[in-house]
Design a protein around this ligand. Structure first.
Ligand SMILES: NC(=O)c1ccc[n+]([C@@H]2O[C@H](COP(=O)([O-])OP(=O)(O)OC[C@H]3O[C@@H](n4cnc5c(N)ncnc54)[C@H](O)[C@@H]3O)[C@@H](O)[C@H]2O)c1
Length: 273
């Protein structure tokens, strides 16, 4: 597949770019011509992605940042503008993925309030901080595109992951508010709701049995790859998406699009029942 150079001359900042979806996003944006800043807690991982991008002829920088820390995230935005002269694209992607990163994120009666607060700080407050400090820089130059990584979990009920899903619902809402408040001044803001994407976080946080169980409810033969999300990020970052804003876009193999009985009926039909 040939990649277009539709982001030539643009500058992008990707959070959580050391791994998984963020890594694929940073690489794709760079492959399309953008200069990319990668912010992540994992400094060595981010630096490795810079090397990958440079090996492919792209241009990138990496910085350690905790996106829940306003001063640090703001400094990274300022540094990106200093390094590249502008900021056209912000991909708010870093998040703490439930139990592994934060601790027990269970049923409501067993959910520690502290887990809720820490989950919201990393997953939702960070998106506010990113938007708050990127928007003035984007307005100075006439606009920009903000892409937030949300989750399909935000639009459905579930047995666990209460704080994670709720924090992503906040991201969805914030996405629409940013789009409403700044659209007339040239800033678009959209959220991507991934389905199951095979990333290190999934590999560490789930058993192969639970992955199979979730995949059973996707309409596609396979789970998604980080590159599937990166392709949507690049589209939303580009001028081809000039009329797309305030959207919660599901890139999820159809898992949120079917009747709850889908997998049971599919198996029954296959068995000739
Ligand atoms: N993988 C999936 O199936 C899936 C599904 C739905 C949504 N998502 C969302 O996609 C995004 C990326 O997830 P992934 O699967 O690529 O995970 P990942 O663990 O592979 O990558 C997440 C990255 O974020 C970084 N990070 C975590 N907390 C941070 C902080 N406070 N400051 C800076 N960086 C921080 C980590 O170091 C890591 O490099 C997340 O927002 C996640 O909620 C993933």
């Amino acid at each position: 597949m040939s990649i277009s150079r539709r982001l030539e001359g643009r500058s992008a900042l990707v959070t959580g770019g050391a791994s998984g979806i963020g890594r694929a996003s940073a690489r794709r944006l760079a492959a399309e011509g953008a200069r990319v800043a990668i912010g992540d807690l994992d400094e060595a991982g981010a630096a490795a992605v810079v090397q990958e991008i440079e090996a492919e002829g792209g241009h990138a920088i990496a910085r350690r940042v905790d996106v829940s820390d306003e001063a640090a995230f703001r400094a990274l935005i300022d540094e990106t503008v200093e390094a590249f002269g502008r900021l056209d694209v912000l991909h708010n992607n870093a998040a703490a993925l439930g139990r592994v990163a934060i601790g027990g994120d269970d049923e409501v009666e067993h959910l520690a309030v502290d887990v809720w607060d820490r989950t919201f700080a990393i997953n939702a407050r960070s998106v506010l901080i990113g938007c708050k400090h990127a928007i003035p820089r984007m307005l100075e130059q006439g606009g920009g595109s903000i892409v937030n990584t949300s989750s399909g979990a935000a639009i459905l009920g579930g047995l666990s992951g209460t704080a994670y899903a709720s924090s992503k619902a906040a991201v969805n809402c914030l996405t629409q508010y940013v789009a409403a408040q700044y659209g007339k001044r040239g800033i678009r803001c959209n959220a991507i709701l991934p389905g199951l994407i095979m990333t290190p976080a999934v590999a560490v946080g789930m058993t192969s049995e639970s992955v199979e169980m979730i995949l059973d409810h996707h309409m596609t033969p396979e789970a998604g790859r980080p590159e599937d999300i990166a392709a949507m990020v690049a589209f939303l970052a580009s001028d081809e998406a000039r009329y797309v804003t305030g959207q919660l876009i599901r890139v999820d193999g159809g898992i949120t699009s079917h009747a709850p009985t889908y997998a049971d009926i599919r198996r029954a039909v296959a068995a000739g029942r």
